[in-house]
Design a protein around this ligand. Structure first.
Ligand SMILES: [Zn+2]
Ligand SMILES: [Zn+2]
Ligand SMILES: [Zn+2]
Length: 130
């Protein structure tokens, strides 16, 4: 039993490490591939289970892309912010929201429209890819 729980903890750590290091949206299969490339032996089903667990704890954000694959990123969705996504390498930077809050105010003043919320992603090139 001790061996089993050690495996579970280690797998969770390794998955979290890959996500922190990559800072881009990754599918379970892509994470599994990166773990294998790094010499870690973690079953794909374990990757899926841990991603669900981390997401339920609010440590990951998920998005489903055009190919139907769900990809995950370390993020705190409760803390409102936006993402700037590099179109070359996929790296994700958190973007502060204050400028957008100002826009919300000016929209109310100019058109009388009151926004309840917004969702926005920014695309471009990260520092390394410029
Ligand atoms: Zn984020
Ligand atoms: Zn980049
Ligand atoms: Zn915002």
């Amino acid at each position: 039993m001790a061996v089993r729980s050690e495996y579970v903890t280690r797998a969770r750590e390794q998955i979290a490490n890959v996500l922190q290091r990559e800072r881009r949206f990754l599918s379970a299969a892509e994470i599994h591939h990166l773990l294998e490339a790094g010499g870690a032996k973690v079953a794909l089903s374990t990757v899926y289970r841990n991603l669900e667990h981390l997401q339920s704890k609010g440590e990951l954000t998920a998005r489903t892309e055009g190919d139907g694959e769900t990809r995950y990123m370390p993020c705190e969705p409760e803390h409102h912010h936006h993402h700037a996504i590099c179109s070359t390498c996929g790296r994700v930077e958190d973007v502060d929201c204050s400028a957008i809050e100002q826009f919300t105010e000016s929209l109310r003043e100019s058109s009388g429209f009151a926004l309840d919320g917004h969702a926005m992603e920014f695309f471009g090139k990260c520092r390394q890819c410029q």
